[in-house]
Ligand binder design. Structure first.
Ligand code: ATP
Length: 232
């Protein structure tokens, strides 16, 4: 349902992606791993339309979307959970969630009620401002906000960053329900073990290029090490 073909991305004169090819099939969870600065966030930004590329470098159901702005990409059912959560701090939990529903696709299971069922603590805290929440609760709001658009594809950037293990477990426990709701997932994850546990397929990036791809069961530790750091 989603494909990048020879995807390049630049920040000014600096090239961050050099011809990245990835595919995401319906219902799949794809993990993107790689060292700091490898280009993982840039890849998600390029898919989401935050960074523009040539039209045919990103294909959604075969349609070239690489040059579309982020709001139009979102309308096609591609939502992003950005690194750092980026909530509106003065707005309540519920207001933050409703913002996510502004570019809502008609079809799909997600509403305030189903997001609150997924993360019951958010129902309790629905009138609290974003700033009053713990890091884990903020992450739940960020995920809920993306779900409110009823996405077909959800791009998750480092959803476990800076969170306690018990909180990470709660957040990852929600992913199967999100998949059951019909969304495919692309997750950027620093924790390789976590990525291998949840992903159907993994891509490793190094310095803006894909250095490894495969199913977790088929990937060896040595192959990951080489893909992360380069051949010895
Ligand atoms: P991290 O795990 O540190 O977030 P990453 O794999 O997500 O790393 P990116 O954030 O995509 O990597 O960065 C890829 C490269 O692009 C890095 O060399 C980074 O310094 C550079 N870069 C990222 N954002 C910008 C920007 N706004 N302006 C200039 N260079 C940038």
């Amino acid at each position: 349902m989603l494909e990048t073909r020879g995807l390049t991305a630049n920040y000014g004169d600096f090239r961050a992606l050099f011809g990245v090819d990835i595919t995401v099939q319906p219902g799949e969870t794809v993990a993107i791993i790689g060292a700091n600065g490898a280009g993982k966030t840039t890849l998600l930004r390029a898919i989401a339309g935050v960074l523009r590329s040539a039209p045919a470098q990103v294909l959604h159901h075969g349609a070239p979307i690489g040059a579309l702005p982020a709001d139009q990409v979102m309308q096609r059912g591609i939502s992003m959970v950005p690194e750092g959560r980026r909530l509106f701090p003065s707005l309540s939990v519920e207001e933050n969630l409703l913002i996510g529903g502004q570019t809502r696709r008609a079809k799909g299971p997600w509403s305030l009620a189903t997001v609150y069922d997924l993360f019951p603590i958010l129902r309790e805290r629905r009138h609290s401002p974003g700033t009053a929440l713990s890091g884990g609760q903020q992450q739940m709001v960020a995920i809920g906000r993306a779900l409110m658009a009823n996405p077909e594809l959800m791009l998750c950037d480092e959803i476990s960053l800076g969170l306690a293990p018990v909180v990470i477990r709660d957040i990852y426990a929600a992913l199967p329900q999100i998949k059951a709701g019909g969304a495919s997932l692309v997750i950027v994850e620093q924790d390789i073990a976590q990525a291998l546990r949840v992903a159907d397929r993994v891509y490793c990036l190094m310095e803006g290029r894909v250095t490894l791809t495969g199913r977790p069961a088929d990937i060896t530790r040595d192959a990951i090490h080489a893909a992360y750091f380069g051949a010895p």
